[in-house]
Design a protein around this ligand. Structure first.
Ligand SMILES: [Fe+2]
Ligand SMILES: [Fe+2]
Length: 150
């Protein structure tokens, strides 16, 4: 069975709504990992996978409210690559869902999604987003997020 992701406060990017989403997504994937490992019935696994996909879609929409604010050339490049990274996570979540639906071993897909959600989504891409928001003066120093975007 794939490893459970251990949440670290180092994953917090400083925008409360998005940080809460990230923690929720990590919990959902861990819950799914455990459900797969303990041999729960396919209908239950699919329900959990559906909830994970829905949670990630809501998270994408929440982050999009920040991405649209970026206006520098670097910010616009970031917006494109960040959207592409989200689309990749969504494709992987879909293939995880398909694998569970077929009743196959979903271990490799679970591992890939777990890596996407932590290394790419939480650590790299979202920290880049916050750096650019600060650089463009879109977040007050030490702010807990934009009122307009939260
Ligand atoms: Fe995120
Ligand atoms: Fe993101």
């Amino acid at each position: 069975m794939a490893a459970i992701i251990e949440w670290s406060d180092d994953y917090n990017i400083g925008l409360p709504r998005l940080d809460a989403d990230h923690l929720g997504l990590v919990r959902r994937i861990n819950d799914l990992q455990q459900a797969v490992g303990s041999g729960q019935p396919p209908a239950r696994l699919l329900g959990k996978a559906d909830a994970l996909v829905a949670g990630f879609r809501r998270h994408m929409a929440a982050e999009e409210r920040y991405l649209v604010l970026l206006n520098s050339p670097a910010g616009r490049d970031h917006r494109d690559s960040h959207r592409a990274a989200h689309a990749l996570v969504l494709r992987r979540l879909q293939s995880l869902h398909d694998r569970l639906e077929q009743g196959g071993d979903a271990g490799p897909e679970l591992d890939a999604v777990a890596l996407d959600l932590t290394v790419t989504e939480l650590i790299r891409t979202d920290f880049d987003l916050v750096g650019l928001l600060h650089r463009e003066g879109l977040l007050p120093p030490g702010a807990g997020g934009l009122a307009a975007a939260e």
